[in-house]
Design a protein around this ligand. Sequence first.
Ligand SMILES: Cc1cc2nc3c(=O)[nH]c(=O)nc-3n(C[C@H](O)[C@H](O)[C@H](O)COP(=O)(O)O)c2cc1C
Ligand code: SF4
Length: 554
Amino acid sequence: MPPTNDELIAEAMTEEAPLLPLLHRIHERDGYLSEEALRSVSKGLRIPIADLFGTITFYHHFAREPGGFEAPRVCTGPICCLKGARDLVAELDGATGMPCSGRCDEPIPVIRGSQTFVGLSANQLTVGDTPVPPAKVGDYEECVFANIRHSDRKTIRGYRQTGGYEGLEKAVTSMSPEQLTEMIDQSGLAGRGGAGFPTGRKWKAVADATGGPKTVVCNADEGEPGCFKDRALMDHDPHAVLEGMALACYATGSPRAFLYLRYEYPETEYLLANAISEAEAAGFLGDDVFGTGTKIKIYLRRGAGAYICGEETSLLNSLEGGHPFPRNRPPYPVTHGYEGTPTAVNNVETLASVPPIVLHGPDWYRGLGLGDHAGTKVISLSGDVARPGNYEVPLGLPLSTLIEEWAGGVPDGHTVQAVTMAGLSGGFLAGHDLDVTLDEPSIRAKGSFLGAGGIMVFDDTRDMIEISHMAMEFFAEESCGKCFPCRIGTQRLTERLVGNAGPDDLEQWLDEVSDLNKTMKETSACGLGQAAPLITESLLKYFPQAVQTHVIGD
Ligand SMILES: Cc1cc2nc3c(=O)[nH]c(=O)nc-3n(C[C@H](O)[C@H](O)[C@H](O)COP(=O)(O)O)c2cc1C
Ligand code: SF4
């Protein structure tokens, strides 16, 4: 007999951050969230029914009709659309589209229940796998991918064979939290989730903040279209992520940590849950880490489908069971994070970089970059390249080297017309600006940013207006709607990129779009609304002729 609502609620009440796991259990048990179940949850967790209803309907994946959990959801991200995703939605019975689900290296993903299939048409669908990062190219040394291709690395035994948990042991037995934080600061490691904030400084701010218990959150939401690096790290090297989280806990004085995983990675949830159990059983996590009395408990929580939940304050609201709007800042999570406690939110790649730094030292990590740039960055490369995949590059590597030499260039004799940066959030680079090195200062000098490191390549046959429309439509759908400039601006820009919508006077069209771009950049409350106009801004900069043809014809 499956557990009743009351039994599930009673169990949830004993847990940290109970709402999402409880809803997932009911969703999987019943195949949808019925009104009766929601009323029980509302009563049991004392959440007003209207608030609960508003929250669950905000997410893409909580089905409200019987059978919804098993109904196919097809990725309609930019790369999958270019590969025919809209046709696949039409082909599959009861299918709906979903925003980019982080498999641009293995299109087209379809999620059914708790399983992911991939294939270009209905009769080609096979069970999805996570490709191991392509073999290393050149003499450059890697950090997070150095051991990831070791066949047994995802088990604790294989992880131990390649130095696993030695960094944590070293830290808790022979270093103070301050020394660990200082070491990370010296290494130059900066956030790999998008904003690039120095990791050591963030940890120090949490350690120095008053109040507690302090909290570490691993941001594994990875909702940015064109980004799929965190999935590779978690699927092939889950213990490296856990060890990085444990080190962050030790440095900040946090007895607890949450790993917030995006809904679209169902298989990853099982891998991570297994890795947490292995590490607890070995005494590397739990009440007595390496026999030192240090307490570190890691909780795994799964989102339900919403790009904005990758924004750290939105994520915290989601974890707490609230409506996942971004919070106004300040105060920042380092002083007022999860349930008001000092919280370090870090990306998967950032955390996975920490154990090797502890083992090899800060100078080693700094030295991995080229010139003055410290360290490495994983780039998720997709689109019109011969070998899409995740590549760990030294910061400062020329973009052309990555595309041409590492990834085999653009197939079929075509050339690169444009690339996106930071997934979609950095807009396009094209023309002379493709001559750039992969590091924040160089890319920012071109008006874009590297961010989480997703790069989509579009060859000279692609329609840049169509791609810009897809990109803006994504932002419009994922705008949380809390603030006016982003809620309306993304809609108006989407309309101007399709059909004949908007004025057919070119000057007026350009004025309106430029005005929307400027207003959104200056007045949106969070990174989504500030970044979305980079799409239209860079479209106008690099493809004025295509814009003119779109507005007034040939
Ligand atoms: C709209 C939006 C989406 C984001 N999505 C992610 C995400 O999926 N993963 C992530 O690590 N950071 C994401 N971020 C950045 C986080 O807010 C935060 O800066 C990051 O998790 C901090 O970790 P780091 O310092 O290790 O990079 C997003 C930011 C915005 C504005
Ligand atoms: S900028 Fe957009 S996503 Fe961010 S808070 Fe405002 S409406 Fe929400």
